[in-house]
Structures are given as structure tokens and as C-alpha cells.
Write a protein that binds this ligand. Sequence first.
Ligand SMILES: NC(=O)c1ccc[n+]([C@@H]2O[C@H](COP(=O)([O-])OP(=O)(O)OC[C@H]3O[C@@H](n4cnc5c(N)ncnc54)[C@H](O)[C@@H]3O)[C@@H](O)[C@H]2O)c1
Length: 393
Amino acid sequence: MPVLRSLGERFAGEHPLAGVRVGACLHVTSETANLVHALRAGGAEVALCAPNPLSTQDDVAAALAEDGVEVHAIRGEDMDAWAAHVAAVVASGPQVTLDDGADLVTAIHAARRDLLPGLLGATEETTTGLVRLRRLEAEGGLECPVIAVNEAFTERAFNDRHGTGQSAIDGIVRATNLLLAGRTLVVIGYGWTGQGVALRAKGLGAQVVICEVDPLRALEARMDGFEVMPALKAAERGDVFVTVTGAQDVLGAAHFERMKDGAVLANAGHFDVEIDVRGLAAAATEHREVRPLVDQYVVGGRRLNLLAKGRVVNLSAAEGHPAAVMDVSFALQALSAVHLVRSAGELERRVHAVPAALEREVARLKLDSLGVEIDELTPEQAQYLSSWDRLGR
Ligand SMILES: NC(=O)c1ccc[n+]([C@@H]2O[C@H](COP(=O)([O-])OP(=O)(O)OC[C@H]3O[C@@H](n4cnc5c(N)ncnc54)[C@H](O)[C@@H]3O)[C@@H](O)[C@H]2O)c1
């Protein structure tokens, strides 16, 4: 994770977080450990718990604890233990919280309001967390500034387009060992994530068909060179289907009835509601597991292969986002924490976008790590681009 490493090296010289208590509720993985190292290099005291008991890597938790980090997370812990662990991080009195689902910052708002005056701000890594925090803001209850890391451009581009795009295809290939070249792959939903899946599938030689409900996104897909059609029509064409919409029952009985023998169904959206799995089971006359993570349902004499029981395929059948993706996300988290500390008392108590300068800094560090150099505007160009009176100059 070269971006975090170079930030850590810089932080070690500047100590921008000297003595700051940071509470983090992030998946306890080796990637998060690198973020914790960078924060501590900047002088922060870090207490860590997990947003999901199943994502904790116990060896990473143990190594961090041995290194002096306050870690409250055990893989597979029950909900009571999990809640006690979140409460323990809250009790450390964080001045900055880093969340993946808003658990820490909302716990402080709900149960430890005495800590709110010392809370300089929070960062949030997920859409779900931002929904909760925007709700709190709308109700007039948000008592600290929040940086919406999840909505940063670099996050969208890296996390959604490249991270999920690649790992969703990876999951499909690992689960099925299918050759995608020459097959028709239907992507339902052409948002950031769907675009990533479509681009990778095209690169592997698949014929890609896009289904959308938004005319702008549908037009974009068409202009990007993909075939666009309604899902019912695509149901007859596809060999592989990938749902990435965030909506429910995107593939249902009417689609299953039209699908070809051997069709593969995968979901890369957040929840396992995009493919109507119950409807598929109800319509099937036979069901068996043909490979690990591949359930085959026979519908009208045709075999339909559901991957990972309709759960998110890149996490269930592959390894989720590669470290290079988390490198960029967590660099934004680290710089956002520094921004909250440097702007203490100046930011309004609302959800803020990541400042553009931070995004540019992360992009520059990433380019450096790739050995890519870029041009700079000459002073004359900068002057020309910023003046309103271009004709009279
Ligand atoms: N698997 C992962 O690791 C991962 C990573 C990022 C996002 N996601 C999830 O992927 C989903 C999409 O995320 P995104 O960032 O691309 O969102 P997005 O809003 O950019 O795109 C979703 C697209 O789906 C379209 N859509 C909605 N309902 C539809 C329907 N019934 N038929 C056809 N198109 C439909 C929308 O018009 C939109 O263009 C979300 O559930 C998100 O949580 C998963």
C-alpha cells in the first residue's frame, strides 16, 4: 500500500495528529492495519473495533495489540460482545472517529453525549453509514462535521469501478471457471460499479449487454459501445447475468422463464435481494449444488446456475477489493482525519464532501507510486484559464 506508506513517512516528520485520540470502527484486516500505522506515525492514539464480526482477522488484531494499539475485535463475536467492543472504543473518548457504517459516531450521539464537545469530527466509508448520518443531520441531531469519504471521486473510481469491477469478474470466473470470451454477459445497472464490470467483461472478449432504468445511464452505455435493452429481452440473450443496481428483484420469475440452459446468475450489488432467490427456488423442479458456490436450479427443463446464493459475488467467491484499492480509500481517510483536526471548530456540523485538494493529493501520491509523471500548467496558462476576459487579454 504505497500511498499509505508515503503518507505515513510524511506524517512521521510532521506529526499532524500528535496526541489526537482516533476511534476507528473498520474491518480489522491487514489493509486497516496499514491505515492504523500511518495514523500512529502522525502521532495519533488509535482504538479499533470492527463494523462486522465476521470480517475480523484475528492475527491482524493480535499483531496490532502487540504493537500497542487498543483493539476490541474478535472474529465471530456475538452481538453482545460486538456492542461491548464498540462501547469500549467510545469509552476511549475519540476526538476523531473513522467509521464503516456510522456505528461509532452514532453510538456517541446516542449514549455518550458527554463526549460530543470533544469530538472534532467523523469520517464515513460506506453509503449505508452516510444514509444514517444524513438522517441524523436532517433531524437536526448531528453534533459534529462528517467527511463523506465514500462519495469522493477517487473512491468511486477506485473502489466501485476498478475494485468491484475486477473482483466481481474474478468471483464469477473462480466460481465457474467459465471462459468469458465469446459469451454474452448482461450487466443490470450501469452505475459506477456496473460500468466497471462491463468494461472488464468487454476486455475479456465477452459481448456485453446493459440493462438500465435511467435514460442518462442507458445513453451513456450505448455511447460507450454496449448494446442496451430491457432485462426481459436480455434474459433470452445472456449466458451470464450480473446485477449491480442496489434495487430488489431485478431478476425474477419472468426472467428465469426466458433464460437459456446453462445461464449463470451473479449479484455484485450490496444485498442479496437483487436476484429473487426464493422465486428461483419456487420455480425450480430440481436443485443441487454442482460446484462450491454454484447452485443449479432446473426451471422448465433449463439449468440456471446461481452463484454464492445471490450474495455479493466479489466477496463471496473472490477476495473483495485488492489492497491497491483500499490504499487509496484509506489514504483519503487518513488525510480527512488530519483535515478534521486542522479545521477544528471551523467546519459546520453537517456532512461534507472530501475537499478537492485532498483528492488531488491522493491522486498525486498514487501516480507517484505508479511512477507516472504529469504536466503542470504554465503561469500563463493558469492565468488564461482563470481570467473571465479572455478576448481582451
Ligand atoms: N460488491 C461490492 O463490493 C460493491 C462495491 C460498491 C458498490 N456496491 C453496490 O453495488 C450497487 C450499485 O452501486 P453503484 O455505486 O454502481 O450505484 P449507482 O447508483 O451508481 O448505480 C446503480 C445503477 O443501477 C440502475 N438501476 C437501479 N434499479 C435498476 C433496475 N431495476 N434495472 C436496471 N437498472 C437499475 C440505476 O439507474 C443506476 O444507474 C449498490 O448496491 C452498491 O452498494 C457493491
